[in-house]
Design a protein around this ligand. Structure first.
Ligand code: FES
Length: 232
């Protein structure tokens, strides 16, 4: 009598494949589902922030002299956090005061660039007077020129909030989101992929001494609730 052939897949293997398949399915399904459901999720809640915001809540980023001419630079700002969602366990167990309990946020600074046909970058609009600027007092006109051309961008992708990276390829650079391939140009404008808009821009100001300050609030286009920050 022919010997029964042993099943090459054991019951244990079968169960392992099942669990692996479930996890893979969840990873592939959750981000698109969140994107599709974006318009029906209560976006006025998503647009809220745990970072206290008021007229005095300006946080220093760095000096105007630190922003390179041709490419963006990332700065880190410590925003104090007041956990308003769920339980405040981490904050309470830290033993730190509200002012001391901070979360580091990455902020991209770049000079606005001319965008040529085909997407290449033309001239940088960095003010020429900065070539000789040594940290002295800026005039109001100089501050306005800087503020008209400086981009202060959130590193949270406008799709589902993954941190974007600056990638240089063949001489030109782009912000690339590693999660689902969102792409933005040096001005933070949308280039490709699933994000519904360009990168979020911080409210910022440049002071007379050339230092840059931000508040934890962003450009939100009126009437487009889906564009409120998903994760910041
Ligand atoms: S989080 Fe999806 S493209 Fe950035």
């Amino acid at each position: 009598m022919a010997e029964l052939q042993k099943d090459p897949i054991t019951r244990k293997d079968f169960l392992s494949f099942g669990i692996l398949g479930t996890i893979t399915g969840a990873i592939l399904t959750i981000p698109p589902a969140a994107f599709i459901l974006g318009p029906v999720i209560k976006t006025d809640v998503l647009g809220q922030t745990d970072v206290p915001s008021g007229p005095d809540d300006w946080h220093e980023v760095g000096s105007i002299t630190e922003v390179p001419v041709e490419e963006p630079k990332v700065f880190v700002v410590d925003f104090p956090v007041n956990q308003i969602y769920g339980d405040r366990k981490i904050q309470e167990e830290s033993g730190l005061s509200t002012e001391e309990f901070v979360v580091e946020s990455a902020i991209w600074l770049s000079w606005q660039h001319e965008i040529l046909e085909g997407g290449e970058y033309g001239q940088s609009y960095r003010p020429a007077f900065l070539d000789d600027y040594d940290g002295g007092t800026l005039t109001q006109a100089q501050i306005e020129e800087i503020q008209g051309n400086l981009k202060v961008l959130s590193s949270s992708c406008a799709h589902l909030g993954c941190p974007v990276r600056w990638i240089v390829k063949e001489g030109a650079g782009e912000f690339l989101c590693p999660c689902h391939g969102g792409i933005y140009n040096i001005n933070g404008q949308y280039v490709g992929g699933p994000p519904p808009r360009g990168m979020y821009e911080y409210t910022y100001e440049v002071r007379e001494d050339g230092r840059i300050y931000v508040r934890h609030e962003f450009d939100i286009e009126e009437g487009l609730d889906v564009q409120k920050p998903y994760v910041i």
